[in-house]
Design a protein around this ligand. Structure first.
Ligand SMILES: [Mg+2]
Length: 161
């Protein structure tokens, strides 16, 4: 049961995502979570270091798409001049938004990776479609009270991996 949630790769920061390994495994499309993956909690702005990392991904030939449970307004406010396609109101871990993103990316399950900070939305959703799943530590410790409870459960699960 827990295997269903085990990410393929776990990293502390976005910069640690092993892009060369992804390339070797023929990953060409990357789906990105927004909240607490690209932005800090309760913060609309994407920091300069993350913007630079996104540019690096593009320069290395990866196609990217944001899949967020947030609405259009919030996503647009975060992206500003960053030219990145997105799928809003994603209802992760549902499959629909991931499928939509893969259509935008022109990729298949085999050539797509998902990077996100939550096991029960990003990783579970990716697993359901057999994507390459990458769990990154949340950028902020501070979160919604509901998310804090989920984190406690995540912590127990992660300790078993
Ligand atoms: Mg998140």
């Amino acid at each position: 049961m827990l295997e269903k949630l085990k990410p393929d790769i776990m990293v502390n920061t976005l910069r640690e995502v092993p892009l060369e390994i992804l390339k070797k495994n023929k990953i060409t499309g990357i789906i990105l979570d927004l909240d607490n993956t690209l932005t800090d909690w309760n913060c609309v702005n994407i920091s300069k270091d993350v913007c630079e990392w996104i540019v690096t991904l593009k320069n290395q030939g990866f196609k990217i798409c944001i899949v967020s449970n947030n609405g259009v307004e919030r996503i647009e406010a975060s992206l500003k001049n960053l030219d990145v396609p997105y799928v809003p109101n994603a209802l992760k871990p549902g499959k629909r938004a991931f499928l939509k993103a893969m259509k935008l990316l022109g990729t298949t399950s085999y050539s797509t990776a998902i990077i996100g900070d939550q096991l029960f939305t990003d990783i579970l959703g990716g697993k359901r479609l057999r994507l390459t799943t990458i769990l990154v530590k949340p950028r902020s410790k501070k979160e919604f009270i509901g998310t804090q409870l989920v984190r406690k459960i995540e912590k127990v699960i992660l300790s078993r991996f």
